[in-house]
Design a protein around this ligand. Structure first.
Ligand code: SF4
Length: 284
């Protein structure tokens, strides 16, 4: 079994409509429980399984999916916006054996959160964080904050809020979005995003907090050890087929002269469909 991760999209439905998200732009039929079981079986080589969507908690059979994955000896992570969780469901998925919840937390400010997710779920999100305190010993809990035009100036405040109020968090992730070409959607999310060129001017220091992981950002944007050596080898399994993930990296030519290339995450492979790469500055 390899330590690489494999991801299954359980649904394209979600109560949120995040400005950076591509899921609703390429709808797909909701896979049946049997199809998902087959996909889990196909990915027998992978130790880590990510259940994502859309919103996985929309599925009534979520605990059956987890149970099946646990029989296959997987480490199971659910990526969720947390707003559909309640205590009964939480107990059920813990009993089924889920290992980790990775929670989307795009801002500590209600107004900004709404702008990014187009949802009124902020109060429910905070309420469910309180619920998680009770179960913190039985499940690993981490967060992910995706950088957009609306939250990039206040990222330090967001991660401070998380670190201060929820000491049970094991990882606090800050990630730059990935870019997927979607037929007939053009640059669907560009107006909500911030280019790395602009980000570079604001993104000097992220607070000194060990739990932070910086994802999908090159070192010439933020020269920080928490932005090194991220695992990009995530695969996708869909309709009985194992697909190499879309997370491949891209290094502009200039990077060949950079002495930090080996530790650097580079750019997401479709970054230049959206923005230019003039910001790239090799370390000599
Ligand atoms: S120049 Fe290239 S390899 Fe070097 S830090 Fe920047 S993106 Fe990474």
């Amino acid at each position: 079994m390899t330590n690489k991760e494999v991801e299954i999209h359980l649904t394209d439905k979600c109560p949120h409509d995040c400005v950076f998200c591509s899921v609703k732009k390429h709808p797909f039929p909701t896979p049946s429980l049997n199809e998902i079981k087959k996909d889990i079986s196909i990915s027998f080589k992978f130790k880590k399984l990510i259940l994502s969507g859309g919103e996985p908690f929309l599925r009534k059979d979520i605990s059956k999916i987890i149970e099946f994955a646990k029989v296959s000896n997987k480490y199971v992570t659910i990526e969720t916006n947390l707003t559909l969780l309640n205590e009964k469901l939480l107990r059920k998925i813990i009993k089924a054996g889920v290992n980790e919840l990775k929670i989307s937390f795009h801002s500590h400010e209600k107004k900004v959160y709404k702008k990014i997710t187009k949802s009124n779920g902020f109060d429910k999100l905070l309420k469910n964080f309180e619920l998680l305190k009770k179960y913190k010993k039985r499940i690993k809990i981490s967060t992910n904050t995706v950088i957009t035009k609306y939250n990039y100036k206040n990222l330090n405040e967001t991660v401070s809020f998380l670190a201060k109020n929820y000491s049970f968090l094991k990882e606090i992730r800050i990630s730059y979005p990935r870019f997927y070409p979607i037929k007939n959607c053009g640059k669907y999310s560009k107006k909500h995003l911030v280019s790395l060129n602009i980000l570079k001017k604001k993104f000097k220091n992220i607070i000194n907090e060990k739990k932070i992981i910086i994802e999908n950002l090159p070192l010439c944007i933020i020269n920080d050890k928490r932005a090194k050596k991220i695992n990009w080898d995530i695969w996708l399994v869909k309709k009985g087929k194992l697909l190499r993930g879309l997370e491949e990296r891209y290094f502009p030519e200039k990077c060949n002269k950079c002495k930090k290339k080996k530790e650097c995450q580079g750019l997401h492979k479709y970054y230049t469909l959206y923005f230019d790469n003039n910001f790239v500055k090799p370390f000599r």
